[in-house]
Each structure stands twice: as C-alpha cells, then as structure tokens.
Design a protein around this ligand. Sequence first.
Ligand code: NDP
Length: 333
Amino acid sequence: MISGMDMLYRRVGSSGLKVSALSFGAWVTFGKQVGDPVAKQLLHAAYDAGVNFFDNAETYADGQAEIVMGHILRESGWPRDTYLVSSKVFFGAEHEGPNQVGLSRKHVVEACHAALQRLQVDYLDLYYCHRPDPEVPIEETARAMHDLITQGKALYWGTSEWSAAEIRTAHEVCARHHLHHPIVEQPQYNLFHRTRVEQEYAPLYQAPGLGTTIWSPLATGLLTGKYNDGVPSDSRLNAAGMEWLRDRLTGDPAFARRIAAVKELAAIAAELGTSLPRLGVAWCLKNPHVSSVILGASRPAQLQENLGALALVDQLTPAVMKRIDAISRPVAD
Ligand code: NDP
C-alpha cells in the first residue's frame, strides 16, 4: 500500500499548478457501475495515497458521477487546498437540447454552474472542453473560459482530444485578446494509443508549454489481461449502456493482435516481478510530458494495485522500454 509520502507531483505544463503523477477519474464507475459506498472507498484510498486530482465530467452517468463525488468531497472534510477537482463540458448532462451541449458561451457557463452545484464546490480547479466544437468559434469558448476564471468559478482551463492545430489557435486567440489560455490537454494515452501524445503534440510541450492529464492508461482494461479469454461478466464492457465500448474495443481490427501483445507483455511483467496493470501505468509515467495518469478502477484492490506503478518506474530501464516498444508499437495507433 502506498502512502501520501510516496506520491510524486508534477507541474501541469508551464503553469504553476502541481498535480499528483497518478490521479483518479469517475468515468463508467461513479453513479453507474459501482455503488456509493465503493465510490467513497475508492476516493478515500486515492486521497490517502497522495492523489490530489479527481477527474469528472458533466456527461459521466448524466451528471450522477459529479453528484456522488460531491457528496464524498463534502463529507470528507478534506481541506479544499489539498485537492483538485475537474469537470468537462461538451456532451451535456441529462438533456441534449441545442444549448445543453457543445462549447457555446451559454453552455460553457451554464454547465460550469451546474457542475459546481453537483460537486458542491465553490470553484473547479480544472475545467476542460471535452471535445472540440466545430460549430462554435474558438474565441467564443476561450472568452467564456476566461470570464469564468476571472469570476473565480474555475482556476484553469484545458481541452480534451483537441487537435494540435486547435490548441494552437486557442493560444493565438488568447494571446491576441489577453485572455487566460488553456494549460492542459486530456488525451487518451497508453501502449496501444500513442501517436497524438508522442507526435502530434510534440511541438506544443516546449511552447506554449502544454501539460497532459492522460486517460485510459490501461486501454480501458485491455492492458490488464482481463480480456485475454473473453469479456468477464463483471467488467465494464458488460455494464448497461456500455455496448458501444465493447464493440469499439473488441471490434477493432487490431484486437486479436493486441491480445497477443498483452500476453507477451505479461512475460516481461513477470520477469520484473510485477503485474500487467502496473507495467501499463508505469510505462505512461515514463513519458515526461505526461503531467498525470488518470487511473480508473471499479474496485479498491484494482486501485491499490495500480498505485503501485509508481515504484516500478525506475525498473523500466531503456533496455526494458525497448522490449516493450518492440511488442506494442506494431499494434499501436
Ligand atoms: P483505464 O484504461 O485504466 O481502465 C480502467 C478500468 O480497467 C477499470 O475500471 C477496470 O475495469 C479495469 N482495471 C483497472 N485496473 C485494473 C486492475 N488492476 N485489474 C483488473 N482490472 C483493472 O482507465 P479509464 O478508461 O477508466 O480512464 C481513466 C479516467 O480517465 C476516467 O475515469 C476519466 O476520468 C478519464 N477519461 C477521460 C476521457 C476523455 O474523453 N477526456 C475518456 C475516458 C476516460 P472493470 O470495472 O471492467 O474491472
């Protein structure tokens, strides 16, 4: 079990904000796959291990994930300056009317107010645009984010799955109009999904100094080996409403080759005396452009296991990384 003493903290890009290298997110689990008592155990275990960032979004369980997290945060009595909490705007919560989704000024502001209520906090530490919105000028969204920051309702803003060109445009608009600029991007990053973080964003790390809080570090469970012999009945791929995820993962043309790669990676994990989940998470941590790896877990034991990845990072020597690369790169996108 790791304690807060063992946690590492990294700067979020060139901002002054410090985030735990391992953080914890609520997608699929809070308000959906797990009951409230388990959600509480998970959040407390994360906090006790030094995790200072809890990730959420308006769309997770249609707002329920934020409600569950809000209750736990309120009851915890944790000082507000010891943790960061995020929300993300774009997909909408319960309703999907024309102004209840997207990145218009109207929805960005109203979604922020709704998230603050659900999470029972006075401000969001990080407020992300969950996807780009081709129907809204970036300047409109950037101004809305700037105003929320000026009003103290959000401290920093960021993007999720924006292209490098869109992030650059946001920075240009913000520089031109003296607006608070985005400090962080939230992309998918794992052994099977690498191009965007490693290549597309590469020019942005130095200047403007992009930070990243990366999602699905275990490729939504694939890298744990749990799907090697089919989809277990108690996994997220069998949760109600998650058929689309099961189809996307198992229907990928590379699925069978990825399962084969996972089996080869398991041999490396065994040699190192560790587990596949730890190997997958530690591999993400090796990338210095990753500010934080957002963990997901539906059971406290999974979380404890994955938190142990911190101790593995030094064992991933250049020689080991080369072997991991040779196995995973041919099946990565
Ligand atoms: P992972 O890829 O790590 O998948 C987590 C899931 O894998 C768990 O819920 C569990 O699934 C399984 N798992 C994890 N550890 C273990 C283990 N040790 N042993 C066995 N199974 C394990 O991360 P997520 O996909 O959950 O993403 C993490 C966070 O990133 C989310 O909570 C969310 O905050 C954020 N996110 C952001 C997105 C965005 O668009 N910005 C998109 C997706 C996620 P099971 O319950 O089936 O056992």
